[in-house]
Ligand binder design. Structure first.
Ligand SMILES: [Mg+2]
Length: 308
């Protein structure tokens, strides 16, 4: 990590924030806020590796703010160290229960503050790295199924909120078992990785999600395209995979190919997202039955589109 870590200090006493800033400034970038409200706004701008939070402040206190921070997706994982004076030592337990990682009592020892801050920032980086790794498929480097399962309901709700068409598709590599039997599993792994890399390059918008579902199966979500456009788009992806010209020994093609099944819907709260994954899967099943190396799509009017 080359960039300097940012720390947010929230304390109603300017003397305290200046003191903390002078201790930490040489190693970190410090932002100070003197009310909980300003602290919350600033925290939500993101980018902080640690928050130092005073417990006793007028109006909104540190506990209320801590609860807000832990309940907000963007700030949930940022470690919070509570600043308490000896008189509010009975609150420490409450703070830790609310999700603070640590507390320091005033008056501060600069050495102790520095040591705790350094330790928690390091832990924060390990945790973030672990979270990223836990969401990535090791073989292909694309999102894994866990990430897909976490994101699917989020994207679905976004589509409902913005009234956007939502598309989901599933695809898999044709005759993959035959490939493995012919060329061996290590070669099979390379094919999965190559197909994933090519397909992933088509799903680059921030609202797209492309993930390995398992084995030689992939899933993609994207927002804002009408059914016909989504269908044409996946035909491009299908073609790009075939044009990798990865040798196969299958009745479908001399090359490695994919079959794609997808559905586009303008979702409402009446729909359930699971129903659409099943429909995409049914379209994939049709693509297999109609000869593979093809895209089968169900559009918003329940028309089935089917082409190579
Ligand atoms: Mg105070």
């Amino acid at each position: 990590m080359d960039a300097v870590d940012k720390i947010l200090v929230i304390d109603d006493s300017p003397v305290q924030t200046e003191f903390l800033t002078s201790i930490l400034k040489p190693d970190y970038e410090i932002t100070a806020c003197h009310t909980a409200e300003a602290g919350l706004r600033t925290a939500k701008e993101g980018g902080f590796s640690l928050i130092l939070l005073d417990v006793v402040m007028p109006e909104m206190d540190g506990f209320t703010l801590l609860r807000e921070l832990k309940g907000t997706e963007l700030t949930r994982y940022v470690p919070v160290i509570l600043l308490t004076s000896l008189t509010d030592i009975q609150y420490e337990e409450r703070g830790l229960l609310l999700g603070a990682v640590d507390y320091v009592t005033k008056p501060f020892s600069p050495v102790i503050i520095k040591a705790r801050v350094n330790a928690h920032i390091q832990l924060y980086h390990y945790q973030m790295q672990f979270r990223r790794q836990a969401m990535v498929d090791e073989l292909t480097g694309v999102a894994n199924r866990r990430r897909y399962e976490e994101e699917y309901p989020v994207r679905w709700r976004e589509a409902i909120r913005f009234g956007l068409p939502f598309s989901i598709c599933m695809f898999d590599i044709d005759k993959f078992k035959l490939y493995n039997d012919t060329f061996g599993h290590p070669a099979g792994d390379q094919v999965i990785a190559a197909v994933a890399k090519t397909a992933a390059s088509y799903f680059q918008r921030s609202t797209d999600l492309f993930a390995r579902y398992g084995g030689e199966e992939f899933v993609a979500l994207f927002l804002g395209s009408e059914g016909r456009t989504a269908f044409e788009f996946l035909k491009t992806v299908r073609q790009a995979v075939e044009e990798l010209h990865l040798q196969h020994n299958s009745p479908v093609s001399p090359w490695v190919t994919i079959s794609v099944g997808g559905v586009t819907v303008v979702p409402t709260t009446e729909h359930s997202p699971e129903e659409f994954l099943q429909r995409a899967d049914a379209m994939l099943y049709d693509a297999k039955n109609f000869g593979r190396n093809m895209v089968v799509w169900c559009d918003e009017s329940h028309r089935q589109l089917r082409e190579r």
